[in-house]
Ligand binder design. Structure first.
Ligand SMILES: NC(=O)c1ccc[n+]([C@@H]2O[C@H](COP(=O)([O-])OP(=O)(O)OC[C@H]3O[C@@H](n4cnc5c(N)ncnc54)[C@H](O)[C@@H]3O)[C@@H](O)[C@H]2O)c1
Length: 268
């Protein structure tokens, strides 16, 4: 993947990991198209990049709406000609019991899983058709490898993203497009305040377990550096926090032995 030229589409790029990636890819030389639902943050993010002299554009789109994602892809290809890097990165999380509120399930699966599926569905055929080299990076989580209690919808969505990206890897063999899946642990972002973008939420609530000050917490810039270096080295599983890889290995051993599942730990 050549990051020194071409167009990068980053969903959820107005904040956190997506914004860190936008800055890194702009520095590398790509034209950035940030996609987000949060209008003010999106405008600020684009302005910040443009003020630094980079080529950056913003598009409002709710990735959980298949029609909006299709319109987005159509518009981006019409305006920019091709997409060389797609980060299906937008994501939200909320706390609930697995037998809890179905609105929580709908919201999280809609953004975190269907949003990625819609991104792949609308962008990938056009990327393949362009004949140009490209890369699709889907943002999952360590929750895509191990199940954390009280965030069942997030675990299910992220494991789905991991499965989808593994499938893509096989299906894209022999084409000009490659795929990778990002599985971070704690990163210093606004993820713990996801409800700010929730249409059906009466009052935004901050999650109690925000990782602020956590020992394992990385900055979005650190994650963005790891992403670019990993993709340049042909790495499929991008795991910025190595100790989750060790826990995933233990999980694999326990699967063969019959269980029980690993209760993942955060490196505090
Ligand atoms: N922060 C962490 O510790 C962590 C760990 C593992 C994985 N992740 C994943 O990283 C990704 C980025 O999250 P972040 O931590 O940077 O959080 P963040 O809240 O800072 O950024 C997420 C962005 O997604 C946008 N967004 C939310 N719903 C959207 C929708 N329906 N359509 C379009 N955009 C939408 C938000 O407006 C926001 O700009 C997510 O997929 C998240 O699950 C985060």
């Amino acid at each position: 993947m050549d990051f020194s030229t071409g167009n990068a589409v980053i969903t959820g790029g107005a904040s956190g990991i997506g914004l860190g990636l936008a800055h890194k890819l702009a520095e590398e030389g790509m034209t950035i198209i940030i996609v987000d639902v949060e209008e003010g943050a999106l405008q600020d993010a684009v302005n910040e990049l443009v003020e630094k002299g980079y080529s950056a554009h913003g598009r409002i789109c709710d990735v959980s709406d298949r029609n909006q994602v299709e319109e987005l892809a159509k518009g981006v290809f019409a305006e920019f000609g091709a997409v060389h890097f797609l980060a299906n990165n937008a994501g939200v999380v909320t706390r609930h019991k697995s037998w809890g509120d179905l609105d929580d399930w709908d919201w999280v699966l809609g953004v975190d899983l269907m949003g990625v599926i819609y991104g792949v569905h609308s962008f990938l055929p056009r990327m393949l058709e362009s004949g140009e080299n490209g890369h699709v990076m889907n943002t999952a989580s360590t929750a895509g490898l191990l199940a954390f209690p009280s965030i069942g919808s997030y675990n299910v969505a992220k494991r789905g993203v991991v499965a989808l990206t593994e499938t893509l890897h096989h299906e894209l063999e022999g084409t000009a497009i490659t795929a990778s899946v990002l599985c971070p642990g704690m990163v210093d972002t606004k993820i713990h305040w996801s409800e700010r973008n929730r249409k059906d939420a009466s009052a935004p609530k901050e999650m109690a377990s925000a990782g602020v000050g956590n020992k394992e917490e990385l900055s979005p810039a650190e994650v963005a550096n790891i992403v670019v270096e990993s993709i340049q080295n042909g790495i499929f599983w991008i795991l910025p926090h190595a100790h989750y890889g060790e826990q995933a290995l233990e999980q694999a051993e326990r699967r063969i032995a019959g269980g029980p599942p690993v209760l993942p730990f955060v490196n505090r």
